[in-house]
Design a protein around this ligand. Structure first.
Ligand SMILES: [Zn+2]
Ligand SMILES: [Zn+2]
Length: 331
């Protein structure tokens, strides 16, 4: 039984490829999109879901449905390629499950390669970085430890997968996918272009704006990188359709880029106004997101604030002081 939002959808590119969107339940409240791209004898899997039981079951059911309902006689053994669009667990966490069914070579961008090849280590480093970050943000130590413990818990059951192909900006993968490096949401995120269709991962989503982290916490992320990666896509002519890592297809990529830019720049004035006197990131987050006070919601709120504050500092509109805990004030 499929519910709304869980149906497979089929798209075609001007290059003659058929693209199937398979929605999977990556986490209890998060659907992720996995794509199967088929052209002639070639078949590629784009992302893998999270590896959680529901996510794997949905992916398995999706493959069965391709054969049964869509007249595509493609099974796991027919895959020629597995692409990971970026090193977030809702996209690569299913790799060990997929590896049990397919030996197709895995491709990922150089900057996210370490996440796929040593996910436990990457998560442990994220846990440490997060604890330090929440400390300088002015979150009390016990809460910071509790939040960073969420990463440690996931680190325990992540298995490594060997990467066969490291993707680079500007190359054409397998003679078909134009690789466009779009750092910001993740350091090694790529969009893949197939003629008039852009597999845009979490860079461009139809309804929400992607979560950003400050570049101080993770190099090649942050608002400045994200905005220039939006420009990178905005200046590519001839895109008809965007297929994101979550949510519906993006029917007008260029309009959506304008909305995302506006949405990410919003709150900058609000943050400046809040910082007439020096404020910690925790204080700004409490003022802007009063409902997001614990666990992963708290982390999201403080990261969202830190990303914008970092941008304002880079733009010369704010200055920073302090050592153990940082304070920010408008210039
Ligand atoms: Zn992501
Ligand atoms: Zn995602």
């Amino acid at each position: 039984m499929t519910s709304m939002g869980m149906e497979i959808r089929r798209f075609e590119s001007s290059t003659g490829a058929r693209l199937y969107l398979i929605p999977v339940r990556a986490f209890p409240r998060l659907l992720a999109n996995v794509y199967v791209v088929i052209q002639g004898e070639y078949a590629a899997l784009i992302d893998t879901g999270s590896g959680h039981a529901d996510s794997n079951a949905d992916l398995e059911a999706g493959f069965l449905s391709l054969r049964r309902d869509w007249n595509e006689p493609v099974g796991w053994a027919d895959l020629d390629r597995i692409v990971i669009t970026h090193g977030h667990v809702d996209h690569y966490g299913g790799l060990p499950f997929v590896r049990g069914r397919s030996t197709a070579p895995v491709a990922v961008h150089a900057l996210d390669r370490h996440v796929v090849e040593a996910p436990g280590e990457a998560m442990r480093r994220q846990a440490e970085g997060t604890a330090r970050f929440l400390g300088v943000a002015g979150i009390e130590a016990a809460t910071a430890q509790e939040v960073s413990g969420l990463f440690r818990a996931s680190a325990a059951h992540m298995s490594p997968t060997e990467v066969a192909t490291v993707m680079e900006e500007g190359e054409t993968l397998d003679g078909r996918f134009e690789v466009i490096h779009t750092p910001g949401h993740a350091a090694g995120q790529v969009c893949l272009r197939l003629g008039d269709v852009l597999l845009c991962s979490d860079h461009i989503l139809a309804h929400t704006h992607p979560r950003l982290t400050p570049a101080a916490l993770e190099p090649h992320t942050g608002l400045a990188a994200y905005l220039s990666s939006l420009d990178r896509i905005a200046f590519l002519p001839g895109l008809r359709l965007g297929l994101g890592g979550h949510e519906e297809a993006v029917t007008d990529v260029y309009i959506r880029i304008g909305e995302l830019r506006a949405s990410h720049l919003s709150r900058l004035d609000q943050i400046l106004a809040l910082c007439a006197a020096p404020q910690t990131l925790a204080q700004i987050a409490a003022a802007l997101y009063p409902d997001m006070r614990r666990g992963s919601a708290l982390l999201l709120a403080v990261q969202a604030v830190a990303t914008r504050v970092e941008y304002l500092v880079l733009q010369g509109q704010m200055s920073v002081s302090g050592e153990a805990v940082l304070h920010f004030v408008q210039k």
